[in-house]
Design a protein around this ligand. Sequence first.
Ligand SMILES: Cc1cc2nc3c(=O)[nH]c(=O)nc-3n(C[C@H](O)[C@H](O)[C@H](O)COP(=O)(O)OP(=O)(O)OC[C@H]3O[C@@H](n4cnc5c(N)ncnc54)[C@H](O)[C@@H]3O)c2cc1C
Length: 537
Amino acid sequence: MVVGGGISGLSAAWFYRKALGPDVRVLVLDNHDDFGGHAKRNEFRHEGRTILAYGGTMSIETPFPYSHSSKALLADLGIVPSTYARYDRSAQVYAGLGQGAFFDKEHFGADRTVAGMNRRPWAEFFAAAPLTPAVRADLTRLYTEKVDYMPALAPEAKVAALQRMSYADFLLKHARLRPESLPWFAGMAFRNNMRVDTCPAYTAARGGRSPGFAGMALPHPIEAEAEHFHFPDGNASIARLLVNRLVPGVFGAAALDQETIVRAPADYAALDRPDNKTRVRLGSTAIRVEHLGTPTVLTEKAARVVYMQDGKPRSVTGANVILACFNNIIPHIVPELPEGQKAALRYPSKVPMQYTNVLLRDWKAWKALGVRSISAPNGYHTSASLDTAMAIGGYASAMDPAEPVVVHMVRNPNQPGLSRKDQNRAGRADMLATPFETIEREIRAQLQRMLGAGGFDARRDILAITVNRWPHGYAYTYDTLGDPDMPDAQRPHVIGRRPLGRIAIANADAGAAAFTNVAIDEAERAVQECLVSRGLT
Ligand SMILES: Cc1cc2nc3c(=O)[nH]c(=O)nc-3n(C[C@H](O)[C@H](O)[C@H](O)COP(=O)(O)OP(=O)(O)OC[C@H]3O[C@@H](n4cnc5c(N)ncnc54)[C@H](O)[C@@H]3O)c2cc1C
């Protein structure tokens, strides 16, 4: 029994079946009306076409290398990251368009979208922005000068100091940025969505794109990406390929691959057929997970999962349970866990994230403004980007400015001044309390302000909106500002994921990193623990 039908839960089903053979029976329960968890597919239908978008997990990407097991899983699913260049047409389709920034009148004095960010010389870029002469000079200086702002410190001492101060403090106190220039950094999301006031300066430096570090001669290299592959629906394609391999009939009989999965329709009625060995049961929220008798006894009926379906409690028993759901909820559903482990599971606070997809009638205004993505430092959404242009498996996104296109907008509600975890909690509350009408109004106003100068008309050009709210988004990762320094073995996620008899714990939370490969690796570890619990290794 697997609680959670995200990438981790589906991978757990996959590894368990791999270990015990195709006849083993596996039931995956998920509270949502879809499988995939954060790896969520959005579909728009317009004039006979289905237009895809990603509602959560965007790509195979990570600063950590994919393990042998996660690479092998991708290969088994017919995904070959090295072939990605075949499908991504963005360089041709968006030739000449780049990144822009929207300066708003509330913070910068006038509304203006300025193209050429990261392309034009910074002096020229900021000269085109509605900034006061002092802020313009200040930002240009910061982006162009190569100064060691901590000349008295040896390299390792610099690293230690930068780990203990926020990027905002580094900018203001060491790089001597004017406070009036700080709004430019307000919308930036650093590693794992930390903000300028919660991101350690050293983490900002390692990201490689934050200004201020060019003359600091820091000893460690910039982090690089290990693998990259993006599907039009993001990593939902991985979840769909897993279901294709696990549950016969959902996607027909054939094993699909990285191309054929993209347009394949799913038969949701086939997810939970009694004659299938692996079943996925949606709309099923686990509320209690418990052992039946002594967990060490070798029995097939060792544990029970009680879940709610259609408002009624139901239960199912089996040899093992893997909790691939999310750490904060586990103490509530497994009361027999030791208190110390429950405290460890309560420790993280996931990042609230909103991925808004807007279908536009065309992208002529973007072309006219010379941008394919716009960062909006103080906007309701802090960025808006044209979808990656892709041709894969017979699916093609917009290749011409006259065609309908998906615009992907990101909002990360937070509350500057609080600790990172408290900002996550405040953002979550904001997200849950905001009605769709408010979000729609904000989207319309924001796109109009950003694109109006290019001829955009929100009333005419917006065809559809899908808002994906992830109050519990990215798995919590530790940072050198907000978390105590301790050996890995004592970290809450390591204590939290300890197995209890026949109950094992997966999910990206168990690896304290918000990445697909981590979700897969944690599934494999949990499966190994299940096998050990039954004396099967
Ligand atoms: C907006 C967003 C963008 C991301 N982008 C990327 C990216 O580009 N690349 C990348 O590698 N990673 C990305 N991630 C990280 C992503 O979380 C992981 O890659 C991975 O998808 C996590 O899978 P998971 O199975 O561990 O967790 P989830 O996807 O959270 O799956 C857990 C499932 O368990 C269900 N569940 C919870 N409680 C219960 C219960 N009591 N009963 C039944 N079911 C329950 C949940 O509803 C959910 O469906 C992104 C995350 C978010 C939120």
